[in-house]
Design a protein around this ligand. Structure first.
Ligand code: FES
Length: 132
């Protein structure tokens, strides 16, 4: 009888201490060498596009790759050093995600990012993603 009571209670308590099963676990997106300085790359994290940009000023940062204007997917323009939305020339700062040009009304939301053992992990968005 004690086991019959303890097992569900322990299961409940353990489920509260583990990351939930709703895809909020950090996602391994590659090695540090996959994101060299001066580049940007769009990866999928929990079915959402996320852009990772590595700059001398900011190291590796992760932002939603969904433009806050009308939802186009952004890319990185190395020659200008900006995150670029191709449809209406929206421009974002690759270190902060702030709007630096064009019609986007809000910055690109950042994502949690960790580097461990030279591997890059992306977690949850830290702001509202366009369309959600
Ligand atoms: S969708 Fe990005 S500027 Fe319009």
């Amino acid at each position: 009888m004690v086991v019959g009571i303890l097992v569900p209670v322990l299961g409940y308590l353990l489920s509260r201490t583990r990351p939930s099963a709703n895809n909020l676990d950090p996602t391994l997106v590659g090695s540090v060498t996959d994101f060299p300085v001066g580049t940007g790359k769009v990866v999928a994290v929990n079915d959402k596009p996320v852009i990772l940009v590595n700059t001398k000023a900011g190291d590796i940062k992760a932002f939603s790759a969904i433009c806050t204007h009308l939802g186009y997917i952004v890319d990185y323009k190395k020659e200008k050093g900006v995150i670029h939305s191709p449809c209406h020339d929206g421009l974002f700062n690759p270190v902060t995600g702030a709007v630096v040009g064009g019609p986007p009304p809000r910055p690109l939301p950042a994502y949690e990012l960790w580097i461990k053992d030279a591997k890059v992990y992306v977690g949850r968005p830290l702001g509202k993603i366009y369309g959600t």
